[in-house]
Design a binder for this molecule. Structure first.
Ligand code: BES
Ligand code: ZN
Ligand code: ZN
Length: 485
């Protein structure tokens, strides 16, 4: 979508559809107030009303969108309102809309504009690659939006940023929504190569034979039972230099998680093509970072495998020797994410990064703890964790920290190997995080469990749609932008 910024009065500019966002209980512009009965529209968050000014204002149609109470309005409010508006525009089949806010926003113009552009990109998103017989009305795309504002320059910068981040999110959503048979580990590797070519990233792909040669025992064990071979993927933006911090982003890329021999019940398996949601966030973030040309050295690392039951699968009771040399007793083959991540986290240390941030759809337990409203966070470095908390508030992808005390690290020790991949039902998300922390050495490390947030069956927010959410991209973009300051 093309988004332009102009100064002027939206009600005096011709338009097929003008979207005017307003605050709750704030008086409407007089030419608008005369078009409706006061009780029909109060400006509550996400409330909409479509009006036909018929000459009372320049636009042919006027869509009022509520922002709720001014003092409670945040970037998230705007993101939702703009997604609601673009969906209406799609339904009305308006190719070019104008947009404005009535009243002063209680946040910086850049942040408001960014959230607005993200809402447009995400609200317009649909994944219908496999649907046929769609009507023109269903597939209609809004092509352009013109924002009316008094702060042109700062708004333009925010819009550009929001569009870049929004495209990163839709990229991640597309990867998650791709069915497991198509979005295999090899396909994820191809996507990385294509991304690298498009944006000048250095990309390294290790196939099964190379993984075996180099000792990636964790990835190999988990991928062993599948005809779709595992891969390890590295995408590098920028270069290690004096004064340029290196950040490693690590993603869990389970292109399908059946549970392996510890097979999942059918209802728990239905959405398991989304078990590469962490990897997808890394892809989306790498794209955004490269497009924004941030002054950082960012390395994206993805362990990609498919977890399947077969006569060749790894078994409960097996002992896996990881890249680090540390051994893992396999208690349950469905706790596979931590095993493939062990190799990636150890590998990441060769870049001597200032921080490792890892994202994974790791545990069902995080859904029990936080539902779908927060990402579970555990970390070994409080300053780094605090940076992610701030990025969570700024991006609307909030994180909630859980402890990684020594007692939890004790729980994942094994009698016959260095670690075991399951410690029992207690503190399921934390023991998974404690397991991962055993592979990062002294590097500041944050683990983000996105199992509750990477997928949505019934969208609750206007900028979500059924399937992959692309969670993590907005968070990582905000984190990396602050890091680059
Ligand atoms: N991929 C799952 C976690 C998951 C569950 C992600 C639900 C998204 C939605 C992970 O590999 C897994 O199976 N974890 C098990 C671990 C258990 C065997 C200790 C779980 O959480 O049930
Ligand atoms: Zn699993
Ligand atoms: Zn999994």
């Amino acid at each position: 979508m093309e988004i332009k910024v102009e100064s002027g009065d939206i009600l005096q500019a011709e338009s097929d559809l003008a979207v005017l966002a307003t605050f709750e209980d704030a008086p409407l512009p007089t030419e608008v107030a005369g078009l409706l009965e006061p009780n029909d529209y109060r400006g509550r968050a996400n409330q909409t009303l479509l009006l036909y000014p018929r000459g009372a204002a320049a636009p042919r149609r006027l869509l009022l969108v509520g922002l709720g109470k001014r003092e409670k309005a945040t970037a998230e409010t705007i993101r939702r309102a703009s997604a609601t508006a673009v969906k209406e525009a799609q339904k009305l089949q308006v190719a070019a809309i104008t947009v404005g806010v009535h009243g002063d926003l209680p946040l910086a113009p850049e942040s408001a504009a960014q959230a607005f552009a993200e809402g447009l990109e995400l609200g317009a998103y649909r994944y219908w690659h496999y649907r046929t017989g769609l009507s023109d009305e269903q597939t209609f795309d809004v092509k352009a939006a013109t924002v009316f504002t008094t702060t042109d320059e700062r708004t333009s910068a925010g819009v550009a940023l929001g569009q870049t981040v929004g495209r990163g999110v839709t990229f991640a959503r597309n990867l998650v929504n791709g069915p497991g048979y198509a979005m295999t580990p090899a396909r994820l590797a191809d996507e990385a190569v294509a991304l690298g070519q498009r944006l000048g990233l250095k990309v390294l792909v290790l196939d099964k034979a190379q993984l075996a040669e180099q000792g990636f025992g964790g990835i190999l064990a988990v991928g062993k039972g599948s005809a779709n071979d595992p891969h390890f993927i590295v995408m590098e933006y920028g270069a290690a230099q004096e004064g340029t911090p290196t950040i490693c982003l690590v993603g869990k890329g389970l292109t399908f998680d059946s549970g392996g021999l510890s097979l999942k019940p059918a209802n728990a398996m239905e959405t398991m093509k989304s078990d590469m949601g962490g990897a997808a966030a890394v892809y989306g973030a790498m794209q955004a970072v490269a497009e924004l040309k941030l002054p950082l050295h960012v390395v994206g690392l993805v362990s990609a495998a498919e977890n399947m039951p077969s006569s060749d699968s790894y078994r409960p009771g097996d002992i896996v020797r990881t890249l680090s040399g540390k051994t893992i007793e396999v208690i349950n083959t469905d706790a596979e994410g931590r095993i493939i991540l062990a190799d990636a986290l150890f590998y990441a240390q060769r870049y001597k990064p200032a921080a490792i941030v890892e994202l994974s759809t790791l545990t069902g337990a995080i859904i029990i703890a936080l539902g779908s409203h927060a990402i579970g966070m555990m970390g070994t470095d409080q300053a780094l964790a605090d940076k992610l908390s701030r990025a969570g508030e700024a991006s609307g992808e909030r994180v909630w920290q859980l402890p990684l005390w020594d007692e939890y690290r004790e729980m994942v020790k094994s009698e016959i190997a260095d670690l075991k991949n399951l410690a029992g039902p207690a503190a399921g998300s934390i023991t998974a995080g404690a397991f991962l922390a055993a592979f990062v050495g002294d590097t500041p490390f944050v683990h983000l469990d996105v199992a509750g947030t990477a997928w949505v069956d019934k969208p609750g927010k206007s900028y979500e749609s059924h399937g992959g959410t692309g969670v993590g991209v907005r968070l990582l973009a905000a984190f990396l932008m602050e890091y680059a300051q």
